[in-house]
Design a protein around this ligand. Structure first.
Ligand SMILES: Cc1ncc(COP(=O)(O)O)c(C=O)c1O
Length: 398
């Protein structure tokens, strides 16, 4: 059974006394996960691609329909693995959002490829397909679509654009395990997809990730690259009598201890998603009046998308409200946080070759005015009500 202990930390709130703290996130720690870790540790098989890793991978393949799932040390590694697998080379261009985590883009920069930054749609904060179409050049090799907050990017349109240009699509599904678009799992649209099992995600094992390989032609090379460039996987299957160095690669493996911790959460992903959906909907309907007053914008989920409900965010109409609201919530023991700074304006990007399609106004405005509210598996209605009352008081007090 999952632990459903209430949050026990307390925080002094000035002279007003002591109130319960509401964290931004509370990573799952289920007894089944701990029992599995103990079993794995006792078995002596704790390295990568052990029995728990195989169970996790099989579950992902059977349930979500990817051709091959491989566990990686993080989503960052899965993205680097994808860039290596697609043979990205110096001078190749890769179209990326600027409103994303560093890893989406650093994976391609590590291969010497040139990021081409495009803007996002204001409704879903995912890649704007028209901007992607405008960014295609003879040097384009790939497009990386981020499914922000667990909501799918417009994959049919992005795939159309990519296919006409003969370029690959990688999905950065760090936020989106269990989400669907037109009934099909997020992460099964592109040639490759990367997932995160970092402690901040819907399911986690501390640090962790997965690469989904949806193109059969890439599977043999992916198996080799995951095992430091050797054919060790084929050796363990008895297909070769010795294993040797065949290709570029790295140690893109997750320890079986972590896979053992992760497995029960993967098994019960629908239940986790459903809990988060209820909390998300509660925020959404309670904040409708403030949205109608025009002081904030609410997240939007297209009708054909079933979100993974990773993040609940609000976008404030007046950007100066953003930091004030975060401080106002903090003073009441509520941990709300901002999100990505535009990567195209980061100090590092100024030093490397890159292109931008326009000056990315939606990215800049969103980045300056977005606040993420607490959302986790055992967030209670009482806690959500406290968050909502505090937000209402902020706007009432002007
Ligand atoms: C969109 C996106 N991609 C990649 C990552 C990197 O994930 P990880 O911490 O598993 O490397 C993150 C991290 O939050 C992210 O938000």
């Amino acid at each position: 059974m999952p632990t459903t202990k209430p949050v026990i930390d307390t925080v002094k709130q000035g002279e007003a006394g002591v109130v319960d703290k509401i964290p931004f996130n509370r990573p799952l720690c289920w007894p089944e996960s701990l029992a599995n870790v103990a079993e794995a540790a006792g078995s002596g098989r704790t390295a990568g691609n052990g029995p728990w890793s195989k169970k996790c991978c099989r579950l992902m393949e059977d349930r979500f329909g990817t051709r091959r799932a491989l566990l990686t040390p993080s989503c960052t590694h899965a993205l680097e693995f994808a860039a290596l697998l697609l043979d990205l080379r110096p001078g190749d261009e890769v179209i990326v959002p600027s409103f994303t985590f560093v890893s989406t883009v650093s994976a391609v920069v590590l291969r010497g490829a040139v990021p081409v930054f495009v803007d996002i749609r204001p409704d879903t904060l995912t890649l704007d397909p028209e901007a992607v179409a405008a960014a295609i050049s003879p040097k384009t090799r790939a497009v990386i679509a981020v499914h922000y907050a667990g909501v799918a990017a417009d994959m049919p349109r992005l795939l159309d654009i990519a296919q006409s240009a003969g370029v690959s699509v990688i999905e950065d599904a760090a936020h989106a395990i269990g989400g669907r678009l037109h009934g099909k799992s997020i992460g099964t649209f592109g040639r490759l997809a990367a997932f995160s099992f970092h402690e901040s995600k819907n399911i986690h094992c501390g640090e962790g990730g997965a690469l989904w390989v949806n193109d059969d032609d890439l599977i043999p090379r992916a198996e080799v690259m995951q095992e430091k460039g050797t054919d060790r996987a084929a050796f363990f299957r008895g297909e070769v009598d010795k294993y040797t160095w065949r290709d570029l690669g790295s140690s893109f493996l997750l320890s079986d201890l972590q896979a053992a911790f992760l497995y029960p959460q993967l098994e019960r992903l629908e239940e986790i998603r459903e809990r988060r959906r209820r909390a998300f909907e509660f925020y959404l309907s309670a904040l409708q009046p403030l949205s109608e007053k025009g002081v904030l914008r609410l997240p939007s989920i297209p009708a054909d998308c079933e979100s993974a409900y990773h993040t609940f965010y609000i976008v404030l109409t007046r950007p100066h409200h953003r930091d004030e609201l975060i401080r106002w919530l903090r003073a009441a023991g509520i941990h709300a946080v901002f999100h990505y700074l535009p990567l195209h304006l980061s100090p590092f990007v100024q030093k490397i070759p890159h292109r931008c399609i326009g000056d990315l106004p939606v990215t800049r405005q969103t980045s300056a005015s977005l606040v993420r509210l607490p959302l986790f598996y055992d967030l209670s209605r009482e806690q959500q009500t406290r968050v909502l009352e505090r937000i209402e008081a902020f706007f009432k007090n002007g």
